[in-house]
Design a protein around this ligand. Sequence first.
Ligand code: C2E
Ligand code: MG
Ligand code: MG
Ligand code: MG
Length: 281
Amino acid sequence: AAKEQGKARCVDFQADMHARIVDQLDQERRLKTAIERGELRLHLQPIVETLAGRTEGVEALVRWQDPAAGLRAPGTFLPLAESAGLITDIDRWILRESCLTLRAWQDDDAAGAPDWITVNISAALLDSPDLPDLVTRTLRETGLRPEALVLEVTETTLMRDVAGTAPRLERLRSTGVRIAIDDFGTGYSSLGYLRDIPADVLKIDRSFLEGLVGSDRHRGLLAAVVQLGHTLGLRVVAEGVEDAEQLAELVGLGCRYAQGYHLARPAPVGQLRAAADLVRG
Ligand code: C2E
Ligand code: MG
Ligand code: MG
Ligand code: MG
């Protein structure tokens, strides 16, 4: 009987595996179709210069308008996109859409539009040899100035191969675009790479803001990180600013740029512009 049970369990296991593989393939197919059908959406989140209170930049964040599930955040489909080899298609779409969108906004409203847009670059896209050409071509075709484009690469992606990545970033920068280190401080790795990675912007991960208010130790660590960025000649952006106290702390520490729900949530460009027009009257 034990043998029979074992056999039954084995069959169960195989059926389960089979179901999971079918489900995975089904989801991959749905995502692929979604990209082809134009179900991706570009949302933008303001990056605010804290002295003037002006939205100097915006970050491009992808969403999937899924007819079955509604608007989906990247965390629900980017891992699948990565394993299915679809992530570079998504990044390429977002890159182009970002350049088109900022260019149109700047043409329409030179004074009110942000100066730059940041676009997240996946490890797979960073590894594509044609990335510098893609960037140059996209800028040319959309008419966006190179200084208006910032490419965000996460610290984790940079850490994979600092020596190999540095010259690639240098090539990208020679096209006139800038490089931001994203999610800084989450890599649990040595700081030595900061010496070797050519970058322009340091985005401090939002985990550094947790427990900040009222804790000298937290404030001290954040102050040191802001200082580190400035010492290296980088613009420093604090991510995930959720309340006025955090913003006040950051301003006190001399952190010049802030991004977070307290300032503005990510939204489609139309909504952002409508909100900005309301403020200006
Ligand atoms: P990220 O690049 O670090 O982007 C910031 C994330 O923090 C966004 O999440 C944003 O909505 C969220 N956020 C902003 N302010 C706050 C706040 O005050 N509190 C909290 N708790 N969260 C805040 P989102 O849009 O869900 O994106 C998650 C991640 O997905 C991004 O993290 C980025 O790594 C990745 N991602 C998004 N769009 C793209 C894309 O087009 N290509 C690639 N390769 N990755 C993308
Ligand atoms: Mg980012
Ligand atoms: Mg980030
Ligand atoms: Mg982050």
